[in-house]
Design a protein around this ligand. Structure first.
Ligand code: PAF
Length: 288
């Protein structure tokens, strides 16, 4: 029986984590992995709580993965709050926090084998952040190889990441079940993100345009794709301090932009810069 009040154990070595999880699996216990880069918020805790429902042993990995940051991105500035993160996990039934060093994860350095995300990896987030999804898939593949979890959990907010991880798991025949958990939002609708801490008051206010644009898109969905785009654009064009990167509507099963005549499920995606902070959000629509 897992103690739900104490701070989870910290493991930094791949070998130690493997030994512990091998023993759990040998006892017939199901393992769930929640991959994170730390700076945990309620969105992460929703993943952890779902993991607890699915499995007997819950591992949260905390690793700021250098491979998924571009040379001009915020790898150095990315918040690193391991002690606070472990404290936040107390009471959520997490057995282990796995927080390896960069050397532990990438002992071969730049010559290491990597996973490529393919054409979809170059769209949307991948266009703005070249190589980002190769880095994400590489670290996720490694974490899955290390933990061999029965379940791995991701938040829906990172919709393109979810799509690519699901496809990688299928394409590479990785034995795990991907569970996707809905986005957790603040009272004003802003999706929780570790990067929200970088928003000053003005940018925080401006950032509300992202969920508002998605709400407008949702309200117009019955009228079809042109109405959806117009509704989102009317919110975004009136929003000051929002530098839109993209608003797009994709076919959920391919992640390709929907054709004009598309009806049925579609995923709206938005990315924008608020000052120095780049945020993304998403909503599932049903186009009429
Ligand atoms: O979503 C994230 O926090 C990261 O991309 C992930 C999945 C932990 C890989 O580093």
């Amino acid at each position: 029986m897992t103690d739900t009040t104490t701070v989870p154990d910290l493991v930094t070595s791949i070998a130690v984590l493997r030994a512990r999880l091998d023993a759990a699996r040998a006892d017939g216990r199901a393992v769930a992995l929640v991959p994170t880069m730390g700076s945990l918020h309620d969105g992460h805790l929703a993943l952890v709580d779902r993991a607890r429902e699915l499995a007997d042993v819950v591992v949260v990995s905390i690793f700021v993965n250098p491979l998924q940051f571009g040379p001009n991105e915020d790898f150095e500035q990315y918040p690193r709050t391991l002690d606070d993160d472990r404290a936040a996990l107390a009471g959520h039934g997490v057995d282990v926090v796995f927080a390896p060093s960069v050397d532990e994860m990438y002992p071969s350095g730049a010559s290491a084998t990597t996973v490529t995300a393919g054409a979809v990896g170059g769209l949307f987030e991948g266009r703005s952040r070249p190589g980002h999804f190769d880095g994400v898939l590489t670290v996720v593949a490694k974490l899955l190889g290390i933990a061999q979890p029965h379940h791995v959990l991701f938040g829906q907010k990172d919709a393109q990441q979810v799509f690519l991880v699901q496809r990688m798991v299928r394409d590479l025949d990785i034995r795990t079940r991907v569970e996707v958990v809905e986005t957790v939002r603040d009272d004003d609708g802003l999706a929780l993100s570790s990067r929200n801490v970088f928003l000053d008051e003005r940018n925080r206010e401006a950032a509300r345009a992202l969920p508002r644009a998605l709400e407008a898109a949702q309200s117009a969905a019955d009228l079809g794709i042109d109405a959806v785009v117009a509704a989102a654009q009317s919110v975004l064009s009136g929003a000051t301090g929002v530098e839109l990167d993209y608003f797009a509507v994709v076919e959920p099963s391919t992640f390709e932009p929907v054709p004009d005549e598309h009806h049925g499920p579609a995923r709206a995606l938005i990315a924008a810069r608020l000052g120095d902070t780049r945020l993304i959000d998403t909503e599932l629509l049903t186009l009429g």
